[in-house]
Design a protein around this ligand. Structure first.
Ligand SMILES: [Zn+2]
Length: 280
């Protein structure tokens, strides 16, 4: 009798284990994997995370993927390489009569609920320090961000018209600062090291840059709005970005030892210049 009882207890245990497994195991597994990988990269800056996530992209990219320059900026054709659509044709998002700038977005079903929550937190962070309001798309929206998990982390610069992809690959791009970085591109910002006044603040060492990657250090006739060059901008790449020999590709001047490119989220300057650009 005791034997039978023990057996049926075991059966109940097995049964319940099976049902939990059906409903929750998959999601738990994913969550665990994410937290382990998050721990190991928690020390990395946004710039390092982007480089890591995008480092092997060329092996996986298809003809349908946009061309990427400067690591994570998407363009439609090679001809755009030297153009900054924001300064030449105005790519800001429009301001509503209530003074807010509503930017419609749609998060595709590529993400788990936990991943979507990281994206939403990044989107919502903007409403705490600016007049930018990312909001879910409505049927009347003409221009909108489609947030997808494509190959790597990337965004176009500024409002492009119609649907524009912001890619936040599930492997490697889902961090608060990375989400903010890509959204700043979509709002019209370029990398800090491409600022028109960068030569007064950093020295670019092209001799250490991977051959063919020199274009990542081109200067752009950026609209700097009187904002200071910011070593702690979430848009500043790190000292060894695109290095071919483990030597720095950028050093601050005049003091080469100043720390830079280590931001993990938007800096005070990033926020200030966003508010200036959009007259928040
Ligand atoms: Zn970028």
């Amino acid at each position: 009798m005791a034997h039978i009882l023990r057996l049926s207890a075991l059966a109940v245990l097995l049964l319940s284990a099976c049902c939990w497994a059906d409903s929750e195991l998959q999601e738990e597994d994913t969550a665990e994997e994410l937290s382990v990988s998050e721990l190991s990269v928690s020390e990395l800056s946004v710039s390092e995370l982007l480089e890591r996530a995008n480092s092997h992209l060329s092996e996986f990219r298809s003809d349908n993927d946009p061309i990427l320059i400067e690591g994570d900026i998407a363009i439609d054709s090679e001809a755009e390489r030297n153009a900054d659509p924001c300064t030449s044709s105005g790519c800001k998002w429009g301001k509503a009569s209530d003074g807010k700038v509503y930017v419609p977005y749609y998060i595709t079903n590529h993400f788990s609920s936990r991943e979507a929550a990281i994206i939403t937190r990044g989107l919502e962070s903007f409403s705490s320090f600016s007049c930018i309001r990312f909001r879910p798309t409505q049927s009347s929206d003409r221009d909108w961000l489609s947030i997808e998990s494509q190959n790597g982390c990337y965004s176009f610069v500024g409002r492009r018209g119609g649907k524009q992809v912001v890619s936040l690959a599930r492997s490697g791009c889902l961090y608060h600062g990375t989400v903010q970085h890509e959204l700043l591109h979509a709002l019209g910002f370029n990398h800090e090291q491409t600022r028109s006044d960068r030569d007064n603040h950093i020295k670019v060492l092209l001799q250490n840059v991977v051959s063919g990657m020199e274009h990542n250090f081109r200067k752009i006739a950026t609209l700097n709005q009187g904002s200071p060059y910011d070593y702690n901008s979430v848009m500043q790449y790190h000292r060894y970005a695109f290095s071919k020999n483990n030597q720095p590709t950028m050093v601050p001047i005049p003091n080469p030892n100043v720390s830079f490119g280590n931001a993990k989220e938007m800096s005070r300057n990033d926020i200030a210049r966003l508010n200036t650009l959009y007259k928040c």
